[in-house]
Design a protein around this ligand. Structure first.
Ligand code: TYD
Length: 134
């Protein structure tokens, strides 16, 4: 998995009359070692999250429940990915500006990260982000 482009990755889906099961293994379904997991929930209607880039951190975002949009911007073009199935995830490489919006009621976003939390890794200033892309 040497591809550093943002992309939707289909996860294994094991269908069973008792219910379905999906699974993520590091290096196998996501192209990095998983150092951290967090989730976003109880997002009030109309709220947006994100609005930043990471210098090093990579992410994999799954809509475990409900739906939301992830807007990825590489400084040249913006792409919107609508996540609404728990057996698809979005790979976000480092150095990409990302926002999340259009959260449905009771949506649950699972985010796997390649690094431990480090406030220094965040770029919150869009102009600074653009200057780093040049
Ligand atoms: P923030 O990065 O603003 O969330 P989002 O990416 O959705 O905009 O994080 C919100 C708060 O949570 C902020 O004070 C930092 C803290 N936080 C941690 O302590 N650890 C973490 O792993 C993350 C992602 C956030």
């Amino acid at each position: 998995m040497e591809n550093n482009e943002p992309r939707i990755i289909a996860l294994p889906k094991i269908l069973d009359k008792r219910g379905n099961l999906s699974v993520i293994e590091e290096w196998k379904n996501v192209p990095f070692k998983i150092e951290r997991t967090y989730w976003i929930y109880d997002v009030p209607g109309g709220e947006a999250r994100g609005g930043h880039a990471y210098k090093e951190n990579q992410e994999f975002i799954v809509a475990l429940s409900g739906s939301f949009d992830v807007i990825l911007d590489n400084g040249k073009e913006k792409r919107t990915f609508s996540l609404n199935r728990s057996y698809y995830g979005l790979y976000v490489p480092k150095g990409i500006w990302r926002e999340m919006n259009n959260f449905s009621t009771n949506s649950l976003a699972l985010i796997l990260s390649s690094t431990a939390y480090n406030a220094e890794d965040y770029i919150y200033d869009y102009e600074q982000f653009l200057s780093m892309q040049r």
